[in-house]
Design a protein around this ligand. Structure first.
Ligand code: HEM
Length: 184
């Protein structure tokens, strides 16, 4: 089956968003106090999904360069708000890309040379990055009116919110336990 470059762009965009979502969800799950087993597997899914997200988003951007329907220039892709097509949603995608790129580079390549608390602060930039890529997909997408696609965004966004709430509660309980054990 031959599909057009525009369809490749959308497919690769969905894949990138999917992989980044999986990576963040598993990253958050790993530190939940009630997740006691399979920590290694969860870590590998977190790490590999992040890399797959980066590779597919780079492919998403490269196919935009060769598309004939709405061709992008390198500047339009790399400099936020310079794209002629859908300037704001395109800029959200570009900023999300830079944030994901920085998080992956600082995690897998530069972690040993970095201060741990700075690394942790930078790592949490995945959350605004995810929010920007969500907004980018919803605002720019030709498919956003398709029921299946709406379900995809609702389910992925819903699971992300649930895991974030679980992580916040788990961190809070950990702090309470530490302070009560210090007082005893
Ligand atoms: C982390 C970065 C990015 C993610 C996760 C992402 C994700 C997505 C997703 C999920 C879609 C499908 C939307 C749909 O068809 O309903 C999409 C489409 C698209 N994206 Fe991205 N994207 C990113 C970066 C970018 C960048 C940097 C640009 C260009 C500046 C861009 C331009 C486009 C275009 C033109 C479409 C097609 C819109 C259409 O279907 O009409 N994306 N992207």
């Amino acid at each position: 089956m031959i599909i057009s470059t525009w369809e490749w762009i959308r497919l690769l965009g969905f894949l990138a968003y999917f992989y980044f979502t999986i990576s963040i969800i598993f990253g958050l799950l790993r530190k939940l106090s009630f997740v006691k087993s399979h920590k290694n597997l969860i870590y590998h899914i977190h790490q590999n999904a992040g890399w797959l997200g980066l590779i597919t988003v780079i492919a998403h951007m490269l196919v935009l360069l060769i598309d004939h329907y709405e061709p992008y220039s390198i500047i339009g892709i790399l400099i936020p708000f310079s794209a002629k097509y859908q300037s704001l949603p395109s800029a959200l995608g570009t900023i999300a890309f830079y944030l994901f790129l920085m998080v992956i580079m600082t995690s897998d390549l530069w972690i040993r040379t970095m201060n741990r608390s700075l690394w942790k602060k930078l790592h949490f930039l995945v959350l605004p990055a995810w929010g920007l890529s969500f907004a980018h997909g919803v605002l720019i997408g030709t498919d956003t009116e398709n029921t299946l696609i709406i379900m995809f965004y609702v389910v992925s966004g819903g699971i992300m919110m649930l895991v974030l709430v679980a992580r916040t509660i788990s961190q809070f309980m950990k702090r309470v336990n530490i302070s009560t054990s210090h007082n005893n």
